[in-house]
Design a protein around this ligand. Structure first.
Ligand SMILES: [Zn+2]
Length: 426
């Protein structure tokens, strides 16, 4: 393990601490509490945050006075600093962008026509099956570096374009190999149940059995994933398939999450019994399920990048969820088919303009509630003593500028587990 030098950030114009106000994910009014400290300082030692306060108090600290020469000091010059983003939903293991889909969809083609033209998920599956582990690792490594440049310090990364034992294992191994060289935190997810692969068309039950009885035991044995995910929707897997997969995951000691309600409504009762960490997309949710969801610790993770990129008029109804007391997170859903963006600030901007979330709500949803969606809120998502030293600095003086100036990256520094990177010099 490399030694991490002590790090002191001073003269932070606005420090968004997101410090805890209660136990559990943020809901309702608490989603907009950012815990802002003006003219703030943060001290990090050994990759952890050890103190958070004002610059004045930090510089008066006797220990700091004595050790100041040994500490890397960053003068933030009045800029905004917040917890590094927790992107709790990405699909980074693929080889090529889906440019055929992009152009065909613009020209008005439907899903079937795109598939016939050689596009669609099939092209991503072919790409991953043919690729070497080294080539996939390089792709994931590049994504991680790019995420960090945009302020993301923790990322959930799914397999799901291999869809056979060999290629799913290869995908998860690529995630693991890429994660080793990155100072941030990667949470791997096994998404064998992404779609029914072409060779199992019409035999989806057999494929679910393969996922549960052959792939999952191997994934668990090799400790290649923390979560199991399933795409439960029209044209993908049924709620019955999902409960089957959840039960198998439970048996193998893996936590669960699901893609749900992107295209159609699925009732939540049977699924919530398995206590999934997160249900993602949630464009379609039955009113009658809201109270049960609000009482659970399951987070509803909204991914407006997909709605934007597919050119949909309709976005997830964030206000209805927030006002019902549901815990809401925001993620990119980075993937080649429907959301080729790894910018959390872009997702936040879409959440503000299309889902009527306030800038403060969008920030809490992409930090502390993202951490809850990964069951890592004890370590991630806020700037508090004892937590991992994950921070992002933006070249702004007001946090509301992060979703406001959309489409350009203004993150100038990222600190991941105490390791700084960026192009900012104080
Ligand atoms: Zn997804």
């Amino acid at each position: 393990m490399r030694k991490i030098p002590p790090l002191l950030l001073i003269n932070i114009g606005q420090l968004l601490t997101l410090r805890s106000t209660s136990d559990g994910p943020r809901r309702g009014a608490s989603l907009s509490e950012l815990g802002i400290i003006q003219d703030a300082a943060v001290l990090c030692l050994g990759g952890k945050i050890v103190s958070v306060g004002t610059t004045k108090d930090a510089l008066r600290d006797p220990w700091l006075k004595k050790n100041r020469k040994k500490i890397i000091e960053v003068d933030c010059r009045g800029r905004v600093v917040l917890p590094g983003f927790v992107d709790s939903h990405t699909h980074p293991v693929f080889m090529q962008p889906r440019l055929v889909d992009f152009e065909k969809r613009i020209a008005g083609a439907n899903y079937e026509e795109i598939a016939e033209a050689g596009g669609g998920i099939r092209s991503s599956i072919d790409g991953v099956r043919k690729a070497s582990k080294a080539a996939l690792t390089d792709k994931v490594r590049a994504v991680l570096a790019d995420l960090a440049r945009h302020g993301t310090t923790t990322v959930e990364a799914k397999s799901g374009y291999g869809l056979n034992l060999e290629s799913e294992l290869k995908s998860l191994e690529a995630i693991r190999a890429a994660a080793r060289g990155w100072p941030g935190t990667v949470v791997p997810t096994f998404l064998g149940a992404h779609v029914v692969p072409p060779e199992y068309r019409g035999r989806s039950q057999e494929y679910v059995d393969l996922v549960c009885n052959e792939m999952m035991p191997d994934v668990a044995k090799r400790k290649l994933a923390q979560f199991v995910d399933v795409f439960c929707d029209r044209g993908a897997f049924s709620a019955g398939d999902a409960t089957h997969i959840f039960a198998a995951a439970e048996e193998h000691g893996l936590a669960i999450r699901a893609h749900l309600g992107q295209l159609s409504e699925t009732r939540l009762g049977a699924l919530l019994r398995y206590r999934p960490a997160s249900l993602d997309h949630m464009d379609y949710v039955n009113d009658a399920d809201l109270p049960m969801l609000a009482q659970s610790d399951t987070v509803a993770t909204l991914v407006p990048g997909a709605n934007y990129f597919l050119g949909l008029a309709r976005y997830p109804d964030a206000r209805r969820l927030i006002e019902s007391g549901v815990a809401v997170a925001l993620a990119t859903d980075y993937n080649p088919g429907s959301s080729p963006t790894l910018s959390i600030p872009m997702a936040m901007s879409l959440a503000c303009t299309h889902m009527k979330m306030s800038p403060a709500e969008a920030i809490a949803a992409a930090t502390i509630n993202g951490a809850w969606a990964l069951r890592m809120a004890d370590r991630k998502g806020s700037v508090e003593a004892g937590k991992d030293a994950d921070l992002a600095m933006f070249d702004f003086t007001d946090y509301r500028e992060i979703p406001y100036w959309f489409g350009a990256n203004r993150c100038v520094m990222t600190i991941m587990n105490g390791v700084p990177s960026g192009h900012f010099s104080s």
